[in-house]
Design a binder for this molecule. Structure first.
Ligand code: UTP
Length: 287
């Protein structure tokens, strides 16, 4: 397995997005916009900036707009060009040309682990990334690149970590780890533990690089609560066999999969926007 052969990224996007209802009744959560771009585009741009340009999106019912977003829109592009709206034309055409995108259907939302396993026939024997697009992370070094550096050093799978408060551990996969020089080697992990059962306050936060072995382990994982196949269970098995490392990400993280985190992401990115940022800051000061 070549370490440099890391080009594929899976974007699971077949969840129901219940925390965002009714907005997500007919619109995928991944298509909700932060200022002027849908969430999933931020994740794809982060992957491209980390050298991963083969995108596999796991979709489900009602997710057609994701495919349309990354597809060429001949009429729109022609109309923008003919009316001399060059800047808008370039923004639109860039999205359809930015990456190779393939779509895999998850017929039933049977959990994140199951969504990742749906892409197995496209992974072959290559390492790959996984990005949960509703975790938006602003950083000077793209987060997938931060993970990639540890993957290239160790040849092992790597997950992104962030410290959370004891009150939040029940919302995340929480890891146990031991320090190995400047690296964190994971020894165990628990999905959504109670505060008193959590082995640490380090949470797995939606960015991963895996060796292909995870696909075989996902086939063996038994469904957990709600009949869902948990990705965390397969990572725990991988940690026992090949080894898995954690990287505490350097960046500002927003859980944009819930309305409060989404509002915060819009406020933070809105203030940095080259065109609207200053006016938006003035508006916030007036509020
Ligand atoms: P979440 O639990 O955050 O997303 O899953 P959700 O289920 O869409 O949202 P809520 O909890 O009901 O509000 C994490 C990621 O895994 C994907 C989701 O689309 C999201 O990107 N996912 C989850 C799948 O693709 N398939 C599943 O069966 C479950």
């Amino acid at each position: 397995m070549s370490l440099s052969n890391l080009r594929k990224v899976i974007f699971p996007a077949a969840g129901l997005g219940t925390r965002f209802l009714p907005a997500t009744k007919a619109t995928p959560k991944e298509m909700l916009t932060i200022v002027d771009k849908p969430l999933i585009q931020y994740g794809v741009e982060e992957s491209l900036a980390s050298g991963m340009d083969e995108i596999i999106i796991i979709t489900g019912r009602g997710k057609r707009t994701i495919e349309d977003h990354f597809d060429v829109s001949v009429e729109l592009e022609r109309s923008l060009r003919d009316s001399g709206k060059d800047a808008l034309y370039h923004k639109v055409s860039y999205v359809s040309r930015m990456a190779d995108v393939a779509y895999v259907r998850q017929k039933h939302p049977r959990g994140l682990g199951h969504a990742v396993a749906c892409a197995a026939p496209w992974i072959h024997h290559e390492p790959f990334g996984v990005v949960l697009a509703d975790e938006l992370i602003l950083s000077s070094v793209p987060v997938m690149q931060q993970l990639r550096m540890v993957y290239e050093k160790t040849g092992c799978s790597v997950v992104a970590l962030s410290e959370v408060s004891p009150e939040e551990v029940h919302q995340y996969g929480i890891v146990a780890y031991e320090q190995e020089g400047d690296l964190m080697r994971l020894t165990d992990m628990l999905e959504k533990p109670k505060k008193e059962d959590a082995p640490s306050n380090m949470a797995i936060i939606g960015r991963y690089i895996f060796t292909p072995r995870i696909m075989a382990l996902l086939q063996q994982v038994q469904p957990g609560s709600g009949g869902e196949i948990q990705l965390t269970d397969a990572i725990a098995e991988l940690a026992k066999s090949e080894g898995v490392y954690g990287v505490v990400v350097d960046g500002q993280r927003f859980d944009a999969g819930n309305p409060l985190g989404f509002l915060k992401a819009n406020a933070a990115i809105g203030q940095q926007h080259p065109e609207y940022g200053d006016a938006f800051k003035d508006f916030l000061n007036e509020l």
